[in-house]
Design a protein around this ligand. Structure first.
Ligand SMILES: [Cu+2]
Length: 228
């Protein structure tokens, strides 16, 4: 999760998020190149007298500075589209989890198992323990196996919500009457945090999402314990 003084993106916990971080850095490098050039040109404009009796036109430079931005845009668009379609793909998921947004909590259904569903409320500040994070921890965490493709089905029961885990690169709108689908696989064990990302009412800030990513063996233990 994000900790103090972390100004950039969170560390990726899924292959897609790692690629998104690389893409972000790639675009940042291009922007650095452009801002440096523009800054240099602005300083040159201020410091020099831009008049010449003999130079009436510059076909070459005008052609160059028209085509160059188009080529730069292609270098941004290609990896961007690659990622966009990669994120859309659902590769033979081994588990499906349905998240339903409510005012103001999430409820989850593991539809591969019978009767494995629960509500997930934020732990209020008064009941919070030292080991947990304020406004981020829930009473019932989602438990998911690491290194397995997971399909998320997301919907809402009342108003618009948005199911978001920044370290997985996942943000999907929860819309009443509609099932949205996304997928991810978690590449390391740990606890992943997220918050509702659609202004959904008075307690919008108090419906966090918590995932416990565990090895498959522990996940199976958890499932058998939950369905007892
Ligand atoms: Cu919400």
């Amino acid at each position: 999760m994000t900790t103090w003084l972390n100004m950039s993106l969170q560390d990726g916990a899924s292959p897609i998020m790692e690629q998104l971080v690389f893409f972000h850095d790639h675009v940042l490098m291009i922007m650095l190149m452009i801002t440096t050039t523009v800054l240099y040109m602005m300083i040159t404009l201020i410091r020099n007298k831009q008049t010449s009796r003999f130079m009436l036109e510059g076909q070459m430079i005008e052609t160059t500075w028209t085509i160059a931005p188009a080529i730069i845009l292609v270098f941004i668009a290609m990896p961007s589209l690659r990622l966009l379609y990669l994120m859309d793909e659902v590769h033979n998921p081994s588990l499906t989890l349905k998240a339903v947004g409510h005012q103001w909590y999430w409820s989850y259904e593991y539809s591969d198992f019978t009767k494995l569903e629960f509500d997930s409320y934020m732990i209020p500040q008064e009941e919070q323990q030292e080991s947990t994070f304020r406004l981020l921890d829930t009473d019932n965490r989602i438990v998911l196996p690491m290194n397995s493709p997971i399909r998320m089905i997301i919907t809402a029961a009342d108003v618009l919500h948005s199911w978001t885990i920044p370290s997985l690169g996942v943000k999907t709108d929860a819309t009443p009457g509609r099932l949205n689908q996304t997928s991810f696989s978690i590449s390391r064990p740990g606890i992943l945090y997220g918050q509702c990302s659609e202004i959904c009412g008075a307690n919008h800030s108090f419906m966090p999402i918590t995932i416990e990513s565990v090895p498959a063996k522990y996940f199976i233990n958890w499932v058998s314990k939950m369905s007892e």
